[in-house]
Design a protein. Structure first.
Length: 321
């Protein structure tokens, strides 16, 4: 369906847990309180909501967290979602630590794509950023994802701590047919607007090494990333600039938090409590109408940096990555 501004909404991001095996300082500091198990949607509840969302035009879902792989049965959820005919794409966003062991079952269940958080290539820096000394073998993991047939992307948040690595991280696209993406930090939790770098800085830096780096001619207008290619790259580099180059005009997504709150926009605190409706026996038609209204009234643009937002007080693990 379309919202009040004519945007076609076909993408649902689903958080299945607020918990994570890492404690990245910009996402989930150690002092963040955790939800109770009863507050989290059951898989059967998620599947019911996705079936209803699919009837409204949702065709792509992304499973997020927290870290989705810390919740048992993630592959079972993928398998259940794959049985919904309208859902054509199932993707996963993960920090990668548990992915090597989970990958075969996820692929068998029907996973199509994976986004892996990759803020550093250095084990000691990984420990400093995440609070855990468990950095995966990135190259082996990315190679396994590609060989398994998954559309593979990495996400690097622009931080003061990893600034000197941006070029080396981008060079992964020189080795593998993946999308290496750099993301401007958003003012969520302890994140700061533009504090540690923006997309234009990254582009200028990377063009020193790959002078022929140019925008991909055919871009998905609804995607948040703008992609660039070079003759020297097997893959591509992507820049996600929510702060300096808002992409709200073509935004096609809504979010379902792990507690069943449907959020039409990441930056606003507004939401609809679908869990409450589910657990008080509301019909599919009633739930569908609430979803319809929530999607229709999706805000025109995010409000980061203004006095309107109260999402800045929330951490990303609670909203859904």
């Amino acid at each position: 369906m379309t919202d009040q501004f004519g945007r076609s909404i076909d993408y649902l991001r689903i958080s299945i847990t607020d918990r994570c095996n890492l404690h990245c300082f910009y996402c989930m500091p150690h002092d963040v309180p955790l939800l109770q198990h009863a507050d989290i949607l059951r898989y059967e509840e998620i599947v019911r909501l996705v079936r209803i969302a699919a009837s409204l035009g949702i065709t792509k879902v992304r499973i997020t967290g927290g870290e989705p792989l810390v919740r048992k049965g993630c592959a079972d959820l993928v398998r259940m979602l794959r049985d919904i005919p309208e859902i054509t794409t199932i993707a996963l966003t993960t920090n990668g630590v548990l992915l090597p062991d989970a990958l075969p079952e996820l692929v068998r269940a029907g996973l199509n794509a994976v986004n892996i958080s990759l803020d550093t290539l250095r084990p000691e820096r990984f420990a400093a950023i995440t609070g855990q000394d468990v950095m995966p073998n990135w190259r082996a993991l990315l190679r396994d994802c590609v060989q398994a047939g998954l559309k593979t992307k990495t996400n690097t948040v622009l931080l003061r701590e990893n600034r000197e690595e941006w070029e080396n991280i981008a060079a992964l696209a020189q080795e593998l047919p993946i999308s290496v993406r750099f993301i401007e930090q958003m003012p969520l939790g302890r994140g700061q607007i533009g504090k540690d770098g923006d997309a234009e800085q990254v582009l200028r830096l990377l063009r020193r090494r790959w002078s022929d780096l140019q925008p991909v001619q055919t871009q998905d207008a609804s995607a948040p990333a703008r992609y660039y290619r070079s003759e020297q790259l097997i893959g591509q580099v992507g820049l996600i600039a929510p702060m300096t180059h808002r992409f709200c005009r073509t935004c096609n997504r809504v979010r379902l938090t792990s507690t069943g709150q449907l959020k039409p926009c990441l930056s606003y605190g507004i939401h609809n409590d679908l869990r409450g409706l589910l657990r008080t026996g509301k019909s599919d038609d009633a739930l569908r109408e609430v979803m319809r209204q929530s999607i229709y009234h999706k805000p025109k643009t995010h409000c980061f940096g203004s006095n309107q937002t109260d999402a800045e007080r929330q951490t990303m693990n609670r909203i859904g990555g």
